[in-house]
Design a protein around this ligand. Structure first.
Ligand code: F6P
Length: 748
């Protein structure tokens, strides 16, 4: 049979996107049950030619035996042999005939070896096994999935007996004088340090949504009667004044920065980032800028000719407004702009669902994800509009389907929010998330009409049939929503909200029209399903993929940099150095921390990059599977790898200055930018969302900045400067109300 490297068999470490997954199979129809096929050889197989240490192959069928494993990146050549071990007696093992087998970069050196020959029973009897040696390139994503299958279904993992996905057991000296246990006190709280002021914390998600510009604009401009410039008939909406009953919770979220409220049409908000931005050029033509990394020429599309040209003369203001996206996101933006109809590049995700079904939570999470990827996204919450326009004191009656005044007021605020959203899209916004019940066909028809020719609508219906989850959501609502901030009696609040819910239920019409995604019982994470109708395109596909993978099971995610490396001490960037003494001490302390913090978590796992400093940091941790991801490797500094910042400044001053000016987009020559790092981390984020058990991520500064920014909802432009100190653990607690952060500093 020989071998086959089914994909790219480039053996250089840097030339592949995954690791070699080797599957060894032996087949013999006259199989002798008393002889068990084994494999042994140099590292990483067994690390020695001692037959006592040989790895047993697993019986796959009556005639075949199998062993699969992943080759760590630093072991490109495997040197191994097969042997048969007697099952019951102490008779010596039988080693296969011939020289050992060499497998380099996925290719078997000894030609097309189809069989293994064993001499048994003296010199007369030969046993021949047919061989199947298969080599695949496997992504870390698949590795993680394999572990999950193992953890969840207790199926034997396809990946086992290997150092890169491995569980090491506690050494005998654990807890001894020099062991890790002695280096950390029992009380983890002792190590807690304040999280930065911008850290994540539980906030009612609706409060963080877009500030209603039409309403606040009315407040700002009502005296001089300025028009909002919106397409909505404002005469219908009446003259708004801020109701004195607006709660402090709402007021807190209406602190405004007026110049950002009303950018002129075609202007680019300096704060905003996205996959593309229409710019008003001097000649009045709109163009599309596509980011190609700082230092590279920019592609500008003329709206009049449709042609793309390179424009070397873009001034710094224009550069600032460049889209913050790389890789797939930028490519999709170009393709959409060149090929798709205008409205398809603007997407409205319109939530549908009864109250207390997790709509706002889902909307907030999706907003965070899309923004992090570089899509300019905003969350519009109609409840916030209602509270600003009408105050917070509507009783359940207001929400009755047969209350014409209530219905009109509700439609009015929904139209205002939709109007704001469309206006924002016309200024360059890409994805608007429209968060309201939108639970009748009439309401949805109104929205579809408003969106006609301006943006594409996808309805996202959240359905939940689990009474316990609904009850929990209602309770959270009474505790957090500004609607009940002035209701001192919790039970009275509960009664009122349940009545409101019943009023909605009476007129509820599930979505059956247009493009839609239905999330049915997905919140609990216990099964559930997603139904999709008439969904196409890059971004909708990506959104569905994200939604399929998210859930609310509470669990911690621990983020930490590797222990200090020798390159850290020398101030050198990149490289693949081992740990310094301090770094080794941190590794021990971390192991002890993980042991204590996750002692009740049977299924936690440890993720590292494939670089030594993270693997060594993880090595003292015992009892949990460890998974290496190439995606978790440090930002690739290209030609600057191994240099100090001082050396770069001296020898490559232009590079140094370019990076200083725009660290987010700056791409090291033959290396990466922060935007590139974000794109490659997307599968890691999806997997972190999908995991139900705790995960410890041991990675590097730039990578952790990007991961942290996702959880903390920090804007892209801040990512390169986020503080992620050495020897500090950032614990992100994922839960039903959002994410919370805690930091532990294990060493001074
Ligand atoms: O200095 C440690 C390090 O992890 C380098 O390997 C890496 O290039 C750098 O941090 C990333 O940080 P910054 O983007 O601030 O240079």
């Amino acid at each position: 049979m020989g071998t086959s490297a089914s994909k790219n068999s480039d053996s250089s470490h840097g030339g592949r996107d995954g690791q070699l997954y080797v599957s060894l199979k032996m087949e013999n129809f006259n199989i002798r049950g008393d002889l068990i096929p084994h494999v042994y050889g140099s590292a990483p197989i067994t690390g020695s030619w001692d037959s006592a240490k040989a790895l047993s192959m697993a019986r796959e069928s009556a005639s075949t035996w199998e062993l699969s494993f992943v080759v760590p990146p630093n072991h490109e050549t495997l040197d191994f042999k097969f042997l048969l071990k007697p099952k019951y007696s102490n008779v010596p093992c039988v080693v296969e005939e011939g020289p050992s087998r060499l497998l380099t970069g996925g290719i078997l050196q000894e030609g097309d070896a189809r069989s293994a020959l064993f001499k048994v029973g003296g010199y007369e009897e030969f046993l021949e096994y047919k061989l199947f040696i298969k080599v695949d390139i496997v992504s870390p994503f698949d590795l993680a999935a394999s572990w999950r299958a193992y953890q969840e279904n207790l199926e034997p993992s396809r990946v086992r007996g290997i150092p890169d996905v491995s569980i090491n057991v506690a050494p005998d000296n654990m807890g001894s004088e020099n062991g890790p246990a002695s280096t950390l006190e029992l009380d983890l709280e002792h190590y807690v340090v304040p999280a930065p002021s911008s850290s994540v914390g539980v906030v009612y998600a609706a409060n963080l949504t877009e500030t209603p510009r039409s309403l606040v604009n009315t407040r700002i401009s009502s005296k001089n009667d300025a028009s909002s410039g919106s397409s909505y008939d404002s005469s219908k909406a009446g003259v708004f004044s801020l109701d004195h009953s607006i709660s402090q919770k709402d007021m807190d979220s209406t602190v405004l920065d007026p110049p950002k409220l009303l950018p002129a049409p075609g202007m680019v908000e300096s704060k905003s980032v996205g996959a593309f931005s229409p710019l008003l050029k001097e000649d009045g033509q709109k163009g599309l800028l596509v980011d190609r990394g700082v230092g590279s020429p920019r592609l500008v599309k003329s709206a009049s000719t449709g042609a793309f040209t390179f424009d070397p003369k873009l001034d710094s203001e224009t550069k600032k407004a460049m889209p913050a996206a790389a890789g797939a996101v930028a490519a999709a933006a170009v393709a959409d702009q060149m090929l798709g109809p205008k409205e398809d590049s603007r997407l409205a995700i319109v939530l549908v669902g009864l109250p207390a079904r997790g709509k706002t939570f889902t909307a907030a999470k999706l907003t965070r994800y899309l923004r992090w990827l570089g899509h300019e996204t905003k969350h519009f919450n109609v409840g916030k509009y209602r509270r600003l326009k009408l105050g917070t004191n509507q009783s359940a009656d207001f929400f009755r389907g047969d209350n014409p005044e209530g219905l009109e007021s509700r439609n009015e605020v929904a139209a205002l929010a939709m109007d704001d959203m469309i206006a924002w899209m016309q200024e360059g916004g890409q994805v608007g998330i429209f968060d309201a019940t939108n639970s009748t066909r009439n309401r949805r028809n109104m929205l579809m009409k408003m969106a006609e020719g301006k943006c594409k609508i996808i309805f996202l219906e959240t359905i939940c049939n689990d009474k316990h989850i609904i009850e929990r959501n209602i309770r959270l609502k009474i505790q957090q929503s500004p609607d009940y901030a002035e209701e001192p009696d919790f039970e009275a609040g509960m009664r009122d909200f349940k009545e409101r819910l019943a009023n909605y239920e009476k007129v509820y019409e599930p979505v059956e029209e247009g493009s839609y995604v239905k999330m049915i019982d997905m919140v609990s994470g216990q099964g559930g399903q997603i139904q999709v109708n008439n969904i196409s395109g890059y971004l909708p596909g990506r959104i569905v993929f994200f939604l399929v993978n998210t859930h609310l099971t509470p669990r911690p995610i621990l983020l930490t940099r590797h222990g200090e490396s020798r390159d850290n001490v020398r101030g050198r960037i990149g490289g693949d150095a081992v740990l310094s003494e301090a770094g080794e001490l941190y590794a021990k302390k971390l192991a002890n921390f993980v042991e204590k913090r996750l002692k009740s978590e049977r299924t936690a796992s440890i993720w590292t990059s494939t670089l030594q400093r993270t693997i060594l940091t993880a090595s003292p941790i015992v009892g949990f599977p460890k998974i290496q991801w190439r995606a978790l490797e440090e930002i690739n500094a290209g030609v600057c790898d191994g240099m100090t910042y001082e050396e770069i400044k001296k020898n490559m001053p232009e590079e140094y200055v370019s990076r200083k000016k725009d660290k987010l987009r700056y791409r090291y020559p033959r290396g990466e930018s922060y935007l590139d790092v974000i794109q490659r981390l997307e599968p890691v984020i999806i997997e972190l969302e999908r995991q139900r058990a705790p995960v410890v991520v041991i990675s590097h500064q730039a990578v952790l900045r990007a991961l942290y920014a996702y959880f903390a909802d920090r804007p892209l432009k801040e990512i390169p400067d986020i503080e992620v100190p050495l020897h500090t653990i950032i614990e992100i607690q994922m839960g039903v109300t959002g994410v919370q952060e805690k930091r532990y500093k294990l060493m001074d």
